[in-house]
Design a binder for this molecule. Structure first.
Ligand SMILES: [Zn+2]
Length: 337
């Protein structure tokens, strides 16, 4: 049971996305949106973002709420704000609901300290997506402390926790003005070829280079440009933007894993997107791969080890290094906090 008392995000030391996105669009970088479900992930995110002086969006999915408990997650986010200060550099921290599936879950999060929510009506017919998103926006914006809302138009393929779609459909640029105008969303997730999960494309959708490495189809920058023309300066969000580093896949498979044809979005393409109106990039699978690779390696090399700190610690260190790399080399958010 969650507490019935409502909590505003400002009491937890959190911020919404409004100002962060305005700066990111102007500055040609993107704010990292990293998912967390446990303490080690949160420590890695905060350490990486403090060390690179990057603002951060902590994302919580429905799966995370089911796994870790919503009250615990909210208080962990509060703790993260304090932890960043203790590490010597307070960074702006957003607590964001990833893929809110209905009004009720968005309301629950808004009432319980989230500073930002996503309402994902992308699977609905257009008018229903508009109506649902509008309802969440009205509630979020009417709070004493303005809660920001992300909507989605267009469908991403792939699987992420409970969110799955067999086929993607690109965002129709001709709909974005109407959607943003009618709903009042603060940011818009679009579909230009990114995808959820670690198997973003089937091998037949890809080409192979001379070393036999799969190369994914390029992102549809033409659609992104069209959207930017229609909505100049409006914050755009990319989901499913892991790059699935092949060295991590290799470590996992070397130590007993069985990941087949895992493939992601090349980092150069994400860097290019981050330099545009894309101001929030969601990365989850890469973190899962980094942790799994580290855990598998430790357990394979030290089979007598049974202290969780001895494998979760290295997993946390690997995750932190990955996120520092993302902030510095992919998103461009380092030094922006
Ligand atoms: Zn997503």
């Amino acid at each position: 049971m969650e507490s019935k008392m409502t909590v505003s995000y400002k009491e937890l030391g959190l911020v919404n996305t409004k100002e962060l996105f305005a700066k990111a669009v102007k500055g040609g970088y993107a704010i990292p949106a990293y998912n967390f479900n446990n303490m080690e992930q949160l420590q890695a995110i905060i350490m990486a973002c403090v060390e690179t002086k990057s603002p951060v969006i902590l994302q919580v999915s429905k799966g995370a709420r089911d796994y870790a408990n919503a009250t615990l997650l909210r208080n962990m986010a509060r703790g993260a704000v304090e932890y960043a200060k203790e590490l010597g550099y307070p960074i702006p921290v957003v607590l964001h609901l990833d893929h809110g599936g209905d009004f009720e879950i968005c309301k629950q999060c808004i009432d319980n300290g989230f500073s930002s929510v996503m309402i994902d009506g992308s699977h609905l017919p257009y008018d229903e997506n508009v109506a649902l998103t509008r309802k969440v926006v009205e509630y979020a914006h009417s709070q004493k402390d303005y809660v920001t809302v992300e909507g989605e138009l267009g469908v991403l393929a792939g699987i992420e926790d409970e969110v799955s779609a067999e086929h993607s459909s690109y965002t129709p640029p001709e709909e974005v003005i109407d959607f943003v105008g009618k709903t009042g969303v603060d940011s818009l997730a679009i579909s230009i070829g990114t995808s959820h999960g670690a198997n973003k494309f089937k091998p037949e959708q890809c080409t192979r280079n001379e070393e036999g490495i799969l190369l994914p189809p390029p992102l549809r920058f033409d659609i992104l440009e069209e959207v930017e023309k229609k909505l100049p300066g409006f914050p755009i969000v990319l989901h499913g933007s892991s790059s699935v580093p092949q060295d991590l896949v290799k470590i996992i498979n070397t130590y007993g894993g069985k990941l087949k044809d895992a493939i992601g979005i090349p980092e150069e393409q994400l860097r290019k997107a981050a330099a545009s109106a894309v101001c929030k990039i969601n990365i989850d699978s890469d973190g899962r791969l980094a942790m799994t690779a580290a855990v598998r390696k430790v357990l394979a090399e030290k089979p007598a080890e049974f202290d969780p700190r001895k494998y979760l610690g290295p997993a946390r260190d690997a995750l932190k290094e990955l996120y520092k790399h993302k902030n510095i080399n992919v998103l461009g958010s380092a030094g922006k906090a």
